[in-house]
Design a protein around this ligand. Structure first.
Ligand code: 4MI
Length: 406
């Protein structure tokens, strides 16, 4: 048998653990890893990977906010871009620090502002209504295929301005992007195999001539015409939309369906007052965070909550554990859409906090409101099948049915 790697603790008496959070069973059910993080907190050294890890809300938030010391330009996965070659040209926004990050962020945040997106709502509503109406007569169906994938895979590429062919490549590519944030394990290898044709296809879709006018992709190229970014930068920013925009919302919607199937009383609370959809979505993100892990890299010697951290150290930020931190929310393990889940970390915190969050919220909110208006009951009809991913936590299958009701 292959010897497991072992990275010595960086100082005597450092809290250490040999748990491997990237084993498939931990990715599918993180409770044991979360327990390890809590027991050893606030930071624990993972001997299998030679990285620090935290799942405390306070430390996760503090490290996200301290973007100068804990940089993103050395990669936000397990790999250090300073010492290892990234698998693709780094993202100009996710894997960048100020001042370069700031310029790119400005472009995407105006293209993706709540205001710029409001014109999309009516089209999203129409698509959601047709889909829900069809499923009301369908009996048992797979909530992942029919809703979590089916809805965003139509509205999102339309919003970006992609043509209609080969859209399934978007899922394969996103799956690869997120799996490559972890170790080069079996899961990453399978993702790479599946995405073999998707990588070149994505690069092609990012070119100006393949993007419809009057959609988000074209809006990004508008900044080239005004001399604010180069053509190459524009294509990489479109790549960021395509990397981040689909798998995340697919997982979020799947997790949302599971939350409400498991908590029928909360479904009734929402149906009484569909305007709660926006808060409900935030609570889903807190309770079942789609992105479980991002890293930062210490770009200088520093310390966090008394723990010394050396330059070059990677820190694993376990977002879904932080979002269940009972020091932050005494009833963190209760799914309650009436809470104000302010401070939940699923979109990240600080300068890198999700720039596409208004689009994600619009998609989820429209689907949720449509369901709330037409559906009395969301019910699982079989066991959900978890989808092990090195950075995302969600389901591959969600057998379910929905019941019509005013
Ligand atoms: C939040 S996930 C994510 C964000 C940005 C990118 C990929 C994933 C990118 O490629 O810029």
């Amino acid at each position: 048998m292959q010897q497991k790697p072992f990275f010595d603790a960086p100082f005597p008496d450092a809290p250490i653990s040999d748990i491997d959070p990237y084993e498939e069973h931990h990715l599918e059910d993180p409770r044991e890893f979360h327990e390890t993080l809590r027991r050893n907190g606030p930071l624990v050294w993972l001997t299998r990977y030679g990285v620090w890890a935290t799942g405390k809300h306070r430390e996760v938030t503090a490290i996200f906010k301290n973007f100068r010391t804990f940089c993103s330009s050395r990669g936000v996965g397990l790999q250090d871009f300073k010492t290892e070659e990234p698998w693709r040209p780094p993202s100009l926004i996710l894997e960048a620090d100020p001042p370069e990050h700031t310029r790119m962020r400005k472009v995407l945040s105006s293209v993706l502002s709540a205001n710029a997106l409001s014109a999309l709502r009516a089209g999203f509503e129409k698509e959601a209504e047709q889909r829900v109406d069809r499923l009301l007569g369908a009996g048992e169906f797979d909530g992942i295929q029919e809703l979590a994938v089916g809805f965003p895979i139509t509205v999102f590429p339309d919003a970006v301005g992609l043509n209609r062919e080969n859209r399934h490549f978007l899922l394969d590519y996103g799956n690869l992007v997120f799996n490559m944030l972890g170790p080069r394990n079996e899961i990453a290898a399978r993702a790479a195999q599946r995405a073999a044709s998707a990588v070149a296809w994505i690069a092609e879709q990012c070119e100006r001539e393949n993007l419809a006018d009057g959609a988000l992709g074209g809006d990004i190229y508008g900044y080239v015409d005004r001399g604010e970014i180069t053509e190459t930068q524009a294509s990489l920013l479109v790549r960021s939309l395509l990397s981040a925009g689909l798998d995340t919302t697919v997982i979020a919607i799947g997790n949302m369906l599971r939350c409400f199937a498991d908590h029928p009383a909360q479904w009734q609370v929402l149906r009484q007052d569909p305007h709660r959809a926006r808060f409900a979505f935030e609570e889903v993100l807190r309770y079942a965070s789609p992105v479980h892990t991002f890293f930062r890299t210490a770009d200088e010697d520093t310390e966090v909550s008394g723990v010394p951290i050396r330059e070059g150290a990677k820190v694993l930020l376990n977002i879904d554990c932080a979002n269940r931190d009972t020091d932050r929310w005494p009833d963190a393990n209760v799914f309650d859409i009436t809470r104000r889940p302010g401070g939940q970390a699923a979109f990240g915190v600080g300068i890198h906090a999700c720039v596409g969050r208004h689009l994600a919220a619009l998609e989820s909110e429209v689907l949720l409101q449509t369901l709330a208006a037409k559906v009395r009951l969301i019910e699982l009809t079989g066991a959900p099948v978890p989808d092990a991913n090195n950075a995302l936590r969600g389901y591959r299958e969600l057998p379910m049915r929905i019941e019509a009701g005013e």
